[in-house]
Design a protein around this ligand. Structure first.
Ligand code: PBG
Length: 329
């Protein structure tokens, strides 16, 4: 009976409304987190060359940006900062009047309900571009933990709603959880970049954040792209240390890792649709080879279908606009 010609799968594809009724995965603006790059200066809205449609914004430009984001119905932003100076210990990351701390104040005054998530890492702030302290040209794990913890605490004190450690140091989630708890920040959630791969897809971001390592690479702390079991160990470890939300990053070349993580773990799962994934779409769109908007929605739907509950994406604003249009159509 359940065979052609009785079985005709096209029956449920006949009309828009039947397709809408039977769709298994629906992308929503509720799923999206929009990254922002903030810097010092006045009146700066400077396009990031390898990320068309993305800008470096000075603090005074933030009100306009966050209002636009909030008006599109997006609930959360992820903040990255460019400090005014760099040093070996990345002190710009954890000083109380650093670029991120300032940006949080500005944003909270403007759009108090917008969830402000901060990236907790040192690579934008160290003069050598590594995510931690260097000792004999090696990134020293345990010395770095203290600085990451100080960074997370200072973001929390400035009013961040979620902190997101991305340095891939062992024990960073536990150290940060303990530090937050000791500083009246027991309610501040941690979104852990748990399975973060050593990926060339971060290339455009490193231009945007001026954070490429001056010497060497990140292979000794970020994950090897061939590994999936290890990703599950990273996630389990972060959960044991107190992560509230877990993450797989990048997304597109790692959809299998997202799918496996969503099967194996019960906690909210985030995926990061990273800079290189965005830039490839924009480049092909610019060349007239693809419909960038529709591809962006398809990509985001694919990441969600793989199992992500939350998606960080540079496409967030354009996706929010398209989702709104499709609702009012
Ligand atoms: C900081 C950090 C990076 C990204 C997010 N946080 C870069 C890196 O690890 O080199 C990449 C984001 C992107 O490519 O969009 N460590």
């Amino acid at each position: 009976m359940s065979k052609f010609p009785n079985l005709r799968l096209r029956r449920l594809r006949r009309t828009d409304s039947i397709r809408n009724l039977t769709r298994e995965t629906t992308l929503s603006v509720d799923d999206l987190i929009c990254p922002i790059f903030v810097r010092y200066g006045q009146n700066i809205r400077e396009e990031i060359a390898p990320m068309p449609g993305y800008w470096h914004l000075s603090l005074d430009q933030l009100p306009r940006e966050v209002n636009e984001i909030a008006n599109l119905g997006i609930h959360a932003i992820l903040l990255f900062g460019l400090p005014d100076s760099k040093d070996p210990k990345g002190s710009g990351a954890y000083k109380s009047d650093g670029i991120i701390q300032n940006a949080i104040h500005t944003i909270k005054k403007e759009t108090p309900d917008l969830t402000v998530i901060t990236d907790v890492c040192l690579c934008e702030y160290t003069d050598h571009g590594h995510c931690g302290i260097l000792e004999d040209s090696q990134v020293d794990n345990d010395q770095t933990l203290d600085l990451l913890t100080r960074t997370a605490i200072s973001h929390g004190k400035a009013g961040a709603d979620i902190v997101a450690p991305s340095a891939m140091m062992d024990g960073q989630v536990g150290a940060i959880r303990a530090g937050l708890n000791n500083n009246d920040l027991i309610e501040l959630p941690i979104m852990a970049y748990s399975a973060k791969y050593a990926s060339s897809f971060y290339g455009p971001f490193r231009v945007a954040a001026d954070s490429a390592p001056a010497i060497g690479d990140r292979l000794s702390y970020q994950m090897d792209p061939g590994n999936t079991r290890e990703a599950m160990r990273e996630i389990r470890q972060d959960l044991d240390e107190g992560a509230d939300i877990i993450m797989v990053k990048p997304a597109l070349a790692y959809l299998d890792v997202i799918a496996r993580a969503s099967r194996e773990f019960e906690e909210p799962l985030c995926a990061y649709n990273v800079s290189g994934e965005y830039s490839m779409v924009k480049a092909a769109e610019h060349l007239g080879w693809i419909d960038g908007n529709r591809i962006a929605l398809e990509v985001l739907t694919g990441i969600k279908r793989a199992g992500a509950d939350i998606i960080i994406s540079y496409h967030a604003k354009e996706a929010a606009k398209m989702l709104r249009e499709s609702r009012s159509a």
